[in-house]
Design a binder for this molecule. Structure first.
Ligand SMILES: Cc1cc2nc3c(=O)[nH]c(=O)nc-3n(C[C@H](O)[C@H](O)[C@H](O)COP(=O)(O)O)c2cc1C
Length: 186
């Protein structure tokens, strides 16, 4: 049976790869609910995800709703799995600090008990930053969080090093395995 997946997309040059991930999840029979940060929308449009998933894409915390509904809470309750791909250093810092200042971080705050797959992507120096590393450790120790570490590659900024988003196929494999485990608990 198809499950509900929250796909959080943030302001990384790798944001376009989340479209392929959304497509793979939909093809596998799951319902994908995309939440984009404002920065993510500089890289890829909500329309792309809306078309691929057939679901409304969430971008705003304070939008007018047809029916009274606290959407960040209902979305957090509804989903079986949270995937954050690509996850910026900023998002990871906010999650580790308990900050909820936009739709994505607020849904994540409410969905902390749900399994999470976190896929960091950033420049190598940002990735190696000790605050960022401490934030990753904190999330791993505190939440049911699988971190798919970034790959070593030539990055968009021209640097060569760790920071490239994990392969979409690996993210998809990890997500489908997690969803299967949830199936097992039905
Ligand atoms: C061209 C460009 C590429 C960027 N790529 C990344 C990235 O891969 N990872 C990252 O952590 N930040 C990246 N940033 C910086 C983030 O967009 C910035 O920190 C932003 O505040 C993140 O917001 P968000 O976490 O709410 O999406 C990039 C910025 C620009 C202009």
């Amino acid at each position: 049976m198809g499950k509900d997946v929250l796909l959080g997309v943030t302001g990384s040059i790798a944001a376009y790869k989340a479209a392929e991930l959304a497509r793979g999840l939909v093809r596998a029979g799951h319902s994908v609910h995309v939440v984009m940060t404002r920065s993510a929308q500089e890289f890829i449009t909500p329309l792309t995800f809306q078309t691929l998933t057939g679901n409304k894409v969430h971008t705003e915390m304070f939008e007018r709703l047809e029916a009274p509904n606290v959407e960040h809470v209902s979305l957090a309750k509804r989903v079986d799995l949270v995937i954050l791909a690509p996850a910026t250093a900023n998002l990871i810092g906010k999650l580790a600090g308990g900050i909820a200042d936009d739709m994505l971080t607020t849904v994540c705050m409410a969905a902390w008990q749900k399994p999470m797959i976190l896929c960091p992507a950033m420049n190598t120096a940002m990735y190696e930053n000790p605050f960022h590393q401490a934030n990753l450790r904190k999330l791993q120790e505190t939440l049911e969080c699988t971190i798919l570490q970034p790959r070593q590659a030539e990055l968009a900024c021209g640097d060569v090093g760790r920071g490239a988003l994990a392969e979409v196929s690996d993210i998809l494999t990890a997500a489908l395995k997690k969803l299967e485990d949830i199936h097992g608990n039905d």
